[in-house]
Design a protein. Structure first.
Length: 191
């Protein structure tokens, strides 16, 4: 990673507040989660990190969209940006939410994951938005018809939030920890 992780004794009050919020909201990931992923980056700007953490909690834990649909959108964003850490972390979360591991492997390989129904729609919408920065009226209407207006806003917000995460991870070259499987181990970090 391009930023050092400050030691506990050197944390400012704002960093300590952010660390405590991360540890409190990401239970089960262990205390080392503070230095991983986007959380490790945000400790250098805890005012931004706190706001991003709160939006992330809303997207992950307070939406009406099903967990598997949410994870399709997140993993599709991760693949689009080739954000190793994000895809590796959310592949596991996606599998726990009921996604097929082989479909996620196909997605990571740039192949059709072969999803159907709501999962296919979430993937198609996410892909179109990322590729063109817009979606057709027909595709948007299909998303609203399937998920409702609230659900459509939640899916688009999820896509946008994870674009922020992936760009942050890539810009600061956040590495995949040893216990996670790097989906693209031969990908060069810096350009």
């Amino acid at each position: 990673m391009r930023l050092p992780i400050p030691s506990e004794e050197n944390l400012s009050d704002a960093q300590r507040t952010l660390r405590d919020a991360v540890l409190g909201s990401r239970k089960g990931l262990g205390p080392e989660v503070w230095g991983r992923g986007p959380f490790g980056v945000w400790q250098s700007a805890p005012n931004v990190g706190q706001a991003a953490l709160e939006l992330g909690a809303a997207v992950r834990f307070n939406t009406q969209i099903a967990a598997d649909v949410r994870e399709v959108a997140i993993c599709t964003v991760g693949v689009h940006y080739k954000a190793n850490f994000e895809f590796a972390a959310h592949k596991k979360i996606g599998i726990d939410a009921g996604l097929n591991a082989e479909a996620l492997d196909r997605l990571a390989a740039g192949e059709d994951p072969q999803w159907t129904g709501e999962l296919e729609l979430a993937h198609r919408y996410t892909t179109a938005l990322l590729k063109s920065n817009r979606v057709s009226s027909a595709l948007h209407d299909e998303l609203v018809s399937c998920f409702g207006e609230d659900g459509a806003v939640e899916i688009v917000t999820t896509i946008g939030y994870y674009c922020l995460i992936c760009l942050t991870l890539n810009a600061f070259e956040v590495q995949v920890p040893d216990e996670m499987d790097d989906p693209w181990p031969n990908q060069a970090q810096a350009i």
